[in-house]
Design a protein around this ligand. Structure first.
Ligand SMILES: Cc1ncc(COP(=O)(O)O)c(C=O)c1O
Length: 464
């Protein structure tokens, strides 16, 4: 396939579809004008922004959402992987109503919070957990506990991984291709920083320079790179954190044996292995990545789907690591274990997201991925799909990805054409080629067919 021609065609489609988008969303344009006066970029979080303005939503029910212009969409955005219970799920609504009448907030632990902790321990096979309010806090606190338990400050993370926006892990999240080069280990400023063969690149202005040297970058799916870094700096490294399946670069699955290999290396070097299951925990299996890949970390962090749509986060793991929380590792927060979040989380995990629900999500996910695969094959575009139950994606690269550097080779032009195309045709998607679809238990086969049809028409248009 002539890639240059495809890119030119994608650019034409993106241009045309963006104009259609702007014409049909006057309500969002007007709300943006209000919002931008009081919030930078007119949104509550950078991830909610869009150029020239985002589509603002006002309601959701089942698998559908409505924007402020009243346009209906089938939701595959899923609130960045939160909404696998679907919108206004009756079980969650009932739990929230009851909690609102009994206990909105005390900053005192309540019985539902204890019950939710029990459920999380059972499901994710850990001894103990603590609550927080977001994925960012979950990885931040897990990292602190790992450092406390080992008495070592440095942390290893994967190139291209996102673990929330706290300083220690805001390095090499989406490094530009020209910032990737192998580190010069022989001297100079580069060698002063982390000492890994991979550049530690800050992802945000405002991250203190003093922190750079403590965050060491390695490529995903490469055990040798970790062995080498542990060999050289193991006596200074307290934690290795990763998403067991990378979900902020499309989706990259771990090679066979990789996760167990990491666990073994961590055990050998007294490093705590932290699985960031913020995205994959509640979505890819009843028991998250631990169940799906059969490997237990020392610590794991969860958020998003475990709260049934309400603000939540948690981290937990083996008792001999978690008990550092009572031996000097600060772990606190006014809203931790908030009754509303606990009620919604408990209803989500015990009444909605049952093992049968994951079977259903698995069936729909495979239907969606296979439908897109058929379209990709008949159109001949360089793309592939990944199917992990409620989560999956189309990646615009002919071969599966093994690490972040592969992600840089995806044909983003196709993504930037398909995104407005799909949204204009009633498929609400995440803005960003690093994201993926989220399916809820309230989605139907009909919803899946809508996605596949819209994607099929897009591929036809692209290759016309
Ligand atoms: C893997 C991963 N970890 C952590 C976070 C941070 O979670 P939150 O946005 O709830 O702070 C995210 C957010 O997308 C994430 O994808």
């Amino acid at each position: 396939m002539d890639v240059e021609r495809l890119n030119a065609r994608a650019a034409e489609i993106a241009d045309r579809e963006t104009k259609i988008w702007l014409e049909r969303t006057p309500g969002s344009a007007a709300l943006y004008q209000r919002a931008v006066k009081v919030m930078p970029a007119g949104v509550a979080s950078n991830f909610q922004g869009n150029d020239p303005y985002p589509v603002y939503l006002k309601a959701g029910k089942g698998s559908k959402v409505w924007d402020v212009d009243g346009t209906e969409y089938t939701d595959f955005h899923g609130g960045f992987g939160v909404n696998i219970v679907g919108h206004a799920n009756p079980k969650i609504v009932e739990a929230l109503k009851k909690a609102a009448e009994e206990a909105v907030h005390f900053a005192v632990t309540t019985e539902p919070t204890v019950a939710l902790a029990e459920e999380l321990c059972k499901r994710f096979q850990v001894d103990q957990i603590r609550f927080v309010n977001s994925g960012t806090e979950a990885t931040m606190d897990a990292l602190r506990v790992a450092r406390a338990a080992t008495g070592k400050d440095r942390v290893v993370k994967m190139e291209g991984s996102y673990h929330g926006h706290h300083d220690a892990l805001m390095f090499s999240v989406v490094p530009e291709a020209d910032a990737l080069g192998l580190r010069d280990k022989t001297g100079g400023e580069a060698a002063d920083a982390s000492g890994s063969a991979y550049t530690t690149e800050p992802t945000s202005k405002g991250v203190p320079k003093s922190m750079w040297k403590d965050t060491i970058i390695v490529p995903f799916n490469d055990l040798d790179a970790v062995a080498e870094v542990f060999g050289e700096h193991g006596d200074e490294i307290g934690a290795l954190i990763l998403e067991p399946v990378m979900m902020n670069v499309g989706i990259i699955v771990p090679k066979d044996g990789y996760l167990q290999g990491l666990r073994d290396l961590c055990d050998q070097h007294d490093v705590r292995l932290i699985f960031d299951e913020v995205k994959c925990g509640g979505t890819i299996a009843y028991g998250g990545a631990t169940e799906r890949f059969g490997v237990k970390p020392h610590l794991a962090a969860w958020a998003k789907a475990i709260g049934g749509g309400v603000t939540i986060g948690a981290f937990g793991g083996e008792a001999d690591t978690m008990n550092w929380v009572t031996k000097g590792a600060a772990q606190q927060g006014t809203f931790n274990g908030n009754p509303l979040s606990s009620a919604a989380g408990l209803a989500a995990l015990t009444e909605v997201l049952t093992p049968e629900a994951y079977d259903y999500l698995g069936k729909l996910g495979t239907m969606l991925a296979e439908g897109c695969d058929r379209v990709i094959e008949s159109s001949g575009i360089p793309a592939h799909t990944v199917d992990l139950g409620a989560k999956g994606c189309v990646s615009y690269r002919d071969k599966p990805l093994t690490n972040y550097r592969d992600f840089l080779e995806t044909h983003t032009e196709n993504y930037w054409a398909s995104y407005p195309w799909m949204v204009n045709r009633g498929i609400f998607m995440t803005p960003g080629d690093e994201e993926q679809w989220t399916i809820s238990v309230q989605h139907t086969e009909d919803d899946i067919a809508k996605y596949v049809d819209a994607f099929g028409e897009f591929c036809q248009e692209l290759t016309k």
